[in-house]
Write a protein that binds this ligand. Structure first.
Ligand code: FES
Ligand code: FES
Length: 182
């Protein structure tokens, strides 16, 4: 039985089962932080910047204004879950190589949004990418390089799929993308 005033939530975060005891009004971002999942960033706290983006049951959401209770029985993917076996996802590699991550604070949200978008749009044009990233605020890049990175990631993912070489890159995970950056 959970302590009085707390609710128990069981879910899967980045392929790992989790059990949280949180106040009924806790946000998903607060629950993730409590569980030491620190990739999603708290910036506005009002749903206006997407720095806290995660994927909840296949859909990108702003975790700062999503109740943790919504994750009950759900699967959650955060930026920490994009890399596999120590290898970056092609979206991460593209951001790294194009210089689309500068201070990096907005980057987890951009990566998650790009992941959700490219899961449904294999060969987008620039206008579609710009529209998809329209809610993500960045103070450093001017948005040009993130758009270029997503287009490049889409190209690499298509090439990887057709070559059956897998979707992971050969780039090891650097600290910027492994969620340790606060
Ligand atoms: S911190 Fe969640 S949308 Fe800005
Ligand atoms: S890279 Fe600094 S806010 Fe986007």
């Amino acid at each position: 039985m959970p302590e009085p005033g707390l609710v128990a939530i069981e879910c899967t975060v980045n392929d790992r089962p989790r059990r949280w005891l949180v106040p009924p009004g806790a946000t998903l971002l607060e629950a993730l932080r409590e569980a030491q999942v620190r990739g999603p960033k708290l910036v506005c706290g009002t749903g206006d910047c997407c720095a806290c983006g995660v994927i909840l049951n296949g859909r990108s959401v702003n975790s700062c204004c999503t109740l943790a209770a919504k994750a009950a029985g759900a699967t959650v993917l955060t930026v920490e879950g994009l890399a596999e076996a120590g290898r970056l996802h092609p979206i991460q590699t593209a951001f790294l190589e194009t210089g689309a991550a500068q201070c990096g604070f907005c980057t987890p949200g951009f990566l998650i949004r790009a992941y959700a978008f490219l899961s449904e749009h294999e060969d987008p044009d620039e206008a579609a990418v710009r529209a998809a990233l329209g809610g993500n605020i960045c103070r450093c890049t001017g948005y040009v390089k993130p758009v270029q990175a997503v287009l490049e990631a889409a190209r690499r993912m298509r090439a990887g799929a057709s070559a059956e070489s897998g979707r992971r890159s050969s780039t090891p995970v650097p600290p910027l993308f492994d969620g340790r950056a606060e």
